[in-house]
Design a protein. Structure first.
Length: 102
C-alpha cells in the first residue's frame, strides 16, 4: 500500500508546472493510478496549504477569456468544465463586471 507522500509529491510536481483546479488535479492524479482516497486527502491538504484555490483560478481564467472577447455564458461554461462551483463562477463573473465599470 502506498503512503500519501508519493501522491503529495506528484501533486506538487503538477502544481509547480501550472495552476490546476481541484477537480482537474484529482483527475490527473487518478490517471497516474493513485487511489481515490489518497487523492482526496492530498487535495484537501493542497487547499489547506493554499496551493489550490478554485476561486482564484476561476477569476484569472475568467479575466483571460473576457480579454479574448468571450461572453459571460461561454466563460461560465468553461469554468463549469473545469469543476468550478456555481458560487465561484458567480463571483468571478461579478468581478468582471466590477472591473469593467471602474
Amino acid at each position: 500500500m502506498r503512503t500519501i507522500k508519493p501522491v503529495r509529491t506528484a501533486a506538487l510536481s503538477l502544481l509547480a508546472r501550472q495552476p490546476y483546479t481541484a477537480r482537474r488535479l484529482a483527475l490527473k492524479l487518478s490517471e497516474k493510478g493513485y487511489p481515490q482516497q489518497e487523492i482526496e486527502g492530498v487535495i484537501e491538504w493542497c487547499v489547506g496549504q493554499k496551493y489550490l484555490d478554485d476561486a482564484a483560478w476561476a477569476l484569472r481564467a475568467a479575466e483571460r477569456k473576457a480579454a479574448k472577447g468571450w461572453d459571460r455564458r461561454k466563460i461560465a461554461s468553461y469554468l463549469r468544465f473545469y469543476g468550478i462551483s456555481r458560487d465561484d463562477i458567480t463571483d468571478a463573473l461579478k468581478a468582471l463586471e466590477t472591473d469593467e465599470y471602474e
